[in-house]
Design a protein around this ligand. Structure first.
Ligand code: FEO
Ligand code: CA
Ligand code: CA
Length: 624
């Protein structure tokens, strides 16, 4: 819809409608902005002001620190009493026959022996006192990756191979020397799982006709994983790596190829999304020659980081979409529940419930091979229900539900969401949080299959610029129950720019902690909710005062949110984990200088590099 006067009227009407529905559910005490004490006013004027949702916080903080101001510096900023250093960056060798990073000479071989680009989700695994980090390498920045090419693009097969080796999962042993963690080169645990690594296809889609290709007529063995975004960790010690924008690597040598409904829903086009050129040099990525290859991507991949010989497994039972992360909890009845977001405008939030039960001392290695998928419906009265995706409810076979999960979800009346990013479960109580990062199409246009995206209680703002964090509480504290209640933990906004409407954000958003586009969410061991952002860093207009992307700590009990870290220019903050002793917190700095305006982590001269930084307390205490 074009921005016309008529459109502005529609927008105005919808804001008012929203205010009214807002009053409706406020009256029921149902929408709660993170706090226990509320003053709920009536009347539309009051409803559109922040006073309508005034509450007071008890000033208890999980981690004591002095909140930092926003900034636009080209460095990492942390509160007084804390320090940071770089642990590793894109191109750092993991083996001693790798070459030290040099952006003028790097090639496929040097990249194969070094840390990948754009680090994202990560977790620590320990054995016999050794520390092994598994970390996703989501995508590559052409500007940095091909800095040695005039075109700043892949120009030949080796260039494409280089990018493929920079994608996937890096598994790296770390050691702490002189109080600093660094790479253990040549560790038996060091491993690269890239866009060309053999992977086993498991679950309901395994061996289905739609999974078979010329090179794999069995439909059971795929090559590689790419665009690995968020992650998960299972209680049985495996790492889950989530394939997100997998579609953007495919292209068609036949520009007249008719794109199927399924290709369209998943965003598979004639051109790849970033001029990666994989399809030009590897026919696996050419949909004119290999139309079923895309069906083998878009899954959650399970990896045992402590077993270097483990064949990674695509867990098709967890569905195929643009997976953000995979948050694993064990329900009261022993079934494994995995919460999963599909990060696209107007797509859905899912959960998987395993067919078999977790057993602390048993064999859990195949629990993610079979189970049921559900999709969330959020009602405006602050209750919700998980709708089962079954052959009966969708008219699709179980295999097809796992391959074309988005199409299945569209059949059951679930709620289209404002881009579900990370999901995080509170370790102290049965509640789960999801970052709904933003959605410029909310209230304006439907998703790719025409599913409507009206303003509603959980996605309350038209053309949502700032994002919100929703949390839900399963009925009877049972994660396997289909019923839940929900509320908004935070509605991000700018209370300095917008005074009297929902764009000012919820009451726990102030000029001191404001941010936009919440993305990464993770709980620490004390129950603190860490919030990482991937938003607009212009520091102007609607985003004035927000500065660079950042990381904040939220208190689920009080609603308080405090800014803890600000990243360098043009980065996003993503990926978070802790050393076993909790003295070190590892934080991902992704794509610093994505537009060319950073030298992070070096001060001058070099191309910017995605990096993992370590945060520590100067008094040697624990952090999270
Ligand atoms: Fe890779 Fe939705 O973030
Ligand atoms: Ca993300
Ligand atoms: Ca994001």
């Amino acid at each position: 819809m074009k921005k016309t006067t008529e459109n502005k009227m529609v927008e105005f009407d919808q804001v008012m409608d929203n205010a009214i529905s807002r009053r409706h559910f406020l009256r029921g005490g149902a929408i709660i902005f993170g706090a226990s004490n509320f003053v709920i006013s009536t009347g539309i004027a009051a409803l559109t002001s922040k006073q309508a949702i005034t509450h007071s916080y008890s000033q208890t903080s999980l981690l004591e620190f002095t909140e930092i101001a926003s900034n636009t510096l080209d460095t990492v900023t942390v509160p007084k009493g804390f320090g940071w250093y770089t642990v590793m960056s894109w191109g750092d060798p993991l083996w001693s026959d790798g070459k030290s990073f040099n952006h003028t000479t790097g090639d496929a071989k040097s990249q194969a022996l070094s840390f990948g680009d754009n680090n994202d989700g990560m977790d620590i695994f320990t054995r016999d006192g050794r520390t092994v980090l598994a970390v996703n390498n989501e995508y590559v920045n052409n500007l940095s990756m091909y800095h040695n090419r005039d075109s700043k693009l892949a120009e030949n097969l080796d260039d494409v191979m280089k990018a493929k080796q920079a994608h996937g999962v890096s598994i790296v042993e770390l050691e702490r020397k002189n109080n600093k963690y660094s790479i253990v080169k040549d560790s038996l645990y060091n491993r690269k799982i890239t866009a060309d690594t053999p992977i086993e296809i498991t679950g309901p889609a395994r061996a289905h006709q739609l999974m078979k290709t010329k090179k794999d007529p069995t439909g059971t063995k795929s090559l590689g994983t790419w665009n690995n975004c968020g992650n998960g960790k299972t209680p049985w010690g495996t790492y889950l790596s989530c394939e997100e924008n997998f579609n953007g690597y495919f292209s068609s040598s036949d520009k007249n190829l008719k794109l199927s409904k399924e290709f369209k829903r998943y965003g598979i086009k004639h051109e790849d999304s970033k001029k990666y050129a994989w399809g030009k040099y590897d026919e696996r990525f050419d949909i004119a020659l290999n139309p079923t290859e895309p069906n083998r991507a878009g899954y959650v991949v399970e990896i045992d980081p402590l077993n270097p010989k483990y064949t990674p497994k695509k867990r098709t039972a967890l569905g195929r979409f643009k997976h953000e992360n995979a948050e694993v909890v064990i329900a009261k009845n022993g079934h494994v529940v995995v919460y999963l977001g599909d990060d696209e405008r107007g797509e859905y939030l899912y959960k998987f419930v395993s067919a078999d039960k977790y057993s602390k001392y048993g064999n859990n290695s195949n629990l993610l091979e079979d189970g049921d998928l559900f999709v969330a419906k959020f009602d405006d009265n602050n209750t919700g229900i998980w709708l089962a995706l079954t052959p009966e409810t969708t008219g699709m076979s179980k295999a097809k539900i796992c391959i074309y999960t988005r199409l299945a979800a569209s059949k059951v009346g679930a709620t289209t969401m404002d881009r579900p990013e990370w999901v995080a479960a509170n370790p102290n109580k049965s509640e789960v949080y999801c970052a709904l990062t933003n959605n410029k199409n909310r209230g304006i246009k439907p998703n790719k299959d025409g599913d409507a995206t009206p303003i509603n209680a959980v996605n309350p703002r038209m053309a949502n610029k700032y994002g919100q964090i929703v949390r839900w509480m399963p009925k009877n504290s049972d994660h396997s129950d289909i019923n839940f209640s929900w509320n908004l933990f935070a509605l991000a906004g700018n209370p300095e720019v917008h005074k009297n409407d929902l764009k000012s954000g919820s009451e726990n958003i102030t000029k001191h902690n404001m941010f936009n586009s919440p993305d990464g969410l993770k709980f620490d061991s004390k129950g603190g909710l860490w919030i990482q952002t991937d938003g607009k860093y212009s520091n102007q207009g609607d985003f004035a005062g927000m500065g660079n992307n950042q990381m904040l700590l939220g208190d689920p009990n009080t609603g308080e949110i405090k800014r803890f870290l600000v990243g360098p220019k043009e980065c996003e903050i993503t990926g978070l984990t802790w050393s076993a002793d909790k003295e070190t917190m590892f934080v991902g700095i992704q794509h610093p200088g994505e537009k060319g305006n950073s030298h992070f982590p070096d001060k001058y001269g070099n191309v910017p590099r995605s990096s993992i930084v370590a945060i520590y307390r100067k008094d040697g205490g624990t952090i999270g």
